[in-house]
Write a protein of this length. Structure first.
Lengths: 112, 113
């Protein structure tokens, strides 16, 4: 069966510090991968998605970036965090774009 | 403008009754509409997907309807249980956004014993 891992589960970082969140998927090949951010009481905002190794599409201009160095690994990064980067970050995968997505446990990021 | 609306107020339902949640959208022509469940501090869990040419889809105690004329989906949970308490999110997949999902803010459902 397929599983998706995200770490860390929680993170508290000062403004201006770098960020690296990692997501890995097991049990499937060539998944579509997604990074979302969810603010409290809000819907999910798509940040990046990837349909293959090295292929990244950005949905929202911001100080975040994403990379997919391996088929089942997706990394979200920032060189300098802003207060507005605080939120709940979710990684997800799907077999077919537009159809059901499967989410990781999420990372709660607080920028102080 | 394009938007997806779900009732922002929590829905309180007595155990055993049918819970009905609404998802309305404007200015989209979705290929698919999906419903997810999200518990506090966790990622959403996929429940059901309905296609633009389908009117209704069922899975155990869950039923989804999709009216593309009204631009509305209804999500029903029959014989509701306290364990059904969660936030329920709807999401649209539209061609204009490369079929990426566009999400509603969710409705919190509380089932009282």
């Amino acid at each position: 069966s397929q599983t998706i891992h995200q770490w860390p589960a929680t993170l508290v970082q000062p403004v201006g510090s770098p960020l690296s969140l990692e997501c890995t998927v097991e049990g499937t090949s060539n998944p579509n991968l997604y990074w979302y951010r969810q603010a409290a009481g809000r819907g999910l905002q798509l940040l990046f998605y990837s349909v293959g190794i090295g292929q990244i599409s950005s949905e929202v201009p911001q100080n975040l970036s994403a990379s997919r160095p391996q088929d089942r690994q997706f990394i979200l990064s920032s060189k300098k965090l802003l207060l507005s980067d605080s939120g709940f970050y979710l990684c997800a995968w799907s077999v077919i774009v537009g159809q059901e997505q499967f989410f990781g446990p999420g990372t709660r990021l607080t920028v102080l | 403008s394009q938007k997806i609306e779900q009732n922002s107020e929590a829905l309180n339902i007595q155990e055993g009754k049918t819970a009905t949640l609404t998802c309305n959208y404007t200015n989209y022509s979705p290929a698919y509409l999906q419903w997810y469940r999200q518990d506090p501090g966790r990622g959403p869990v996929f429940l059901l997907l309905i296609r633009e040419n389908e009117k209704e889809k069922r899975k155990e105690r869950l039923k989804v309807t999709f009216d593309t004329t009204l631009k509305q989906s209804l999500f029903h949970i029959t014989a509701s249980q306290p364990a059904d308490s969660a936030t329920y999110l709807c999401a649209l997949s539209v061609m204009d956004s490369n079929y990426q999902l566009i999400w509603g803010a969710g409705t919190k459902l509380i089932i009282k014993p």
